[in-house]
Write a protein that binds this ligand. Structure first.
Ligand SMILES: C[S@@+](CC[C@H](N)C(=O)[O-])C[C@H]1O[C@@H](n2cnc3c(N)ncnc32)[C@H](O)[C@@H]1O
Length: 483
């Protein structure tokens, strides 16, 4: 049993040798008709495995194998498997890695595996999908983020060229509402070069449609190059990571519900110290969570996170979640803002402090187990705003971090009340109902008091559960509405 828990993501020299032998043998077996991989694994169980008998004639070294760290695969079955491609892939990683994988690796595969990741092949948003986000709740959300961007652009001195970057734009609704809402501010929209950072080809296509994109040469099927949005005439390009977006131009970055999709490592306090929670395959071939028997490489990030917290606060916790990708991304954002000027807006649900155990799975608007049917449910975790603040401040001296403030404060200070009043002046009763519900969802707290429909459909306010934080170049002063 213990062998299944052993994890060596950075293998020892001996283990590296074994793994390279494994790969060598695996490929040569197909050409030479030698023993299949499974029997090679059995060979490794021998206490003294003589390489000279199993590899090329030139090799003569003898390896003595420590069996304790080796993976003990379950009985091999030839029954057809009902596992999805992603489940097979995950089990394959665990098998060939020789032990369980971190929750972060599991989460990353589940969400963004190029072939079968949750986001990669379909529209997961809205009533017919798995969950709803603020831009789909009401157009006012994207419009208010547009007001924030225009205010920052003013504070930046109205530059004639700006990179407007959105991280994880989903269906593209936020950007479309931002552009429509700011289209009268011609000087602003003319300055924009829009960059969508999106890993999902399916969502890239939806964004292209939502932004009413056309090819500059008149061919509206080209998603890759020389594309402009008919909404404002702004050029738009797509990237799969922030590092691909050109630098050297003042920058405005928007990340709405992007950080919560970044993979988290989970740690649990045990008698032997902090152990990492890992995903393994149980004897009955289902996934299960196990604890690492010894510190893992991600422990470095745990130490880093704990450095920013009070010892007293840490001592109260039995579990801690850490998101290294969020720390790294924030450092990249801070450095970009430091060199190019401008600022970033991060809106997400989370805490302004260390997060304990928040990872959750949602399928068809219901919470499910995170290990259930991976790839068919969204995985997300609370954002640790305090870690973001520290990461940004450590990355660059000339950036400042503001907030977090609640979404309700953020939208309220930017004038959402005036906007809803204006929209209500000129709409049908049905539209008014939808506007009021949307407004409550964005800024309210708890169940809407005005709701007359079925209890289980009462709109729940996201006004205090979601928070907004801004990172800006100090030259810009304090961004609106964080003053
Ligand atoms: C929770 S959705 C939020 C979508 C959108 N911002 C909204 O509020 O409706 C996360 C988005 O980030 C994208 N995404 C997730 N992980 C990513 C990654 N590592 N790189 C690029 N995009 C990613 C997803 O495809 C999706 O568009």
């Amino acid at each position: 049993m213990l062998r299944r828990l052993l994890l060596q993501p950075q293998p020892s020299t001996q283990r590296r040798r074994i793994l390279s032998l494994y790969r060598h043998c695996s490929s040569s077996s197909t050409t030479s008709g030698e023993a299949p991989v499974s029997s090679f694994v059995e060979h490794l169980e021998d206490d003294n495995y003589d390489v000279s008998k199993h590899s090329s004639p030139q090799s003569s070294a003898t390896l003595s194998i420590d069996r304790s760290g080796l993976y003990n695969p379950p009985e091999h079955s030839h029954e057809p498997s009902s596992d999805s491609e992603l489940v097979k892939h995950l089990k394959g990683i665990i098998k060939f890695r020789g032990g369980p994988i971190s929750i972060a690796e599991y989460m990353e595969e589940v969400l963004t595996n190029p072939k079968a990741g949750f986001y990669m092949n379909r529209d997961v948003f809205g009533e017919g999908g798995d969950f709803i986000t603020s831009p789909d709740v009401s157009q006012m959300f994207g419009e208010m983020v547009g007001v924030w961007a225009m205010c920052l652009w003013e504070q930046m001195g109205r530059p004639s060229k700006v990179n407007l970057i959105e991280l994880g734009p989903g269906r593209g609704t936020l950007m479309a509402d931002l552009l429509r809402g700011s289209s009268k501010m011609k000087e602003f929209t003319k300055s924009l070069n829009i960059h969508m950072v999106e890993c999902s080809p399916a969502l890239q296509k939806l964004q292209y449609k939502k932004l009413e994109c056309i090819d500059e040469d008149g061919d509206d099927k080209n998603v890759d190059n020389h594309v402009v949005s008919a909404l404002t005439g702004s050029p738009i390009s797509w990237h799969t990571m922030l590092e691909q977006v050109p630098t050297g131009v003042p920058t405005i970055i928007i990340a709405h519900e992007f950080y919560d999709a970044l993979p988290v490592h989970q740690f649990q306090k045990a008698s032997r110290g902090w152990c990492e929670k890992m995903v393994d395959v149980a004897e009955d071939d289902t996934f299960r969570i196990v604890l690492s028997p010894q510190p893992t490489p991600a422990t470095l990030y745990l130490l880093q996170r704990c450095k920013w917290a009070e010892t007293e606060d840490i001592s109260k916790l039995n579990q801690i979640e850490v998101c290294p990708k969020a720390m790294d991304l924030t450092q990249n954002i801070a450095k970009r803002i430091s060199s190019d000027g401008g600022g970033a807006l991060i809106i997400d649900y989370g805490l302004n402090g260390i997060v304990s155990d928040s990872l959750q799975a949602i399928r068809k608007h219901k919470f499910v187990n995170i290990l259930d049917k991976p790839g068919s449910a969204d995985l997300s975790a609370y954002v640790d705003f305090s870690a973001i603040k520290h990461s940004a401040e450590e990355a660059a001296d000339d950036v400042s971090v503001h907030g977090p403030i609640t979404q309700s404060q953020f939208l309220g200070s930017l004038g959402i009340n005036f906007r809803v009043e204006a929209l209500l002046q000129n709409c049908t009763e049905e539209q008014a109902e939808s506007l009021r519900t949307g407004y409550w969802r964005l800024v309210g707290e708890g169940e809407a008091p005005f709701w007359e429909g079925p209890d289980d459909q009462a709109p729940i306010g996201m006004g205090t559960r979601y928070m907004a934080m801004s990172i800006v170049n100090k030259k810009q002063g304090t961004p609106a509405p964080f003053q």
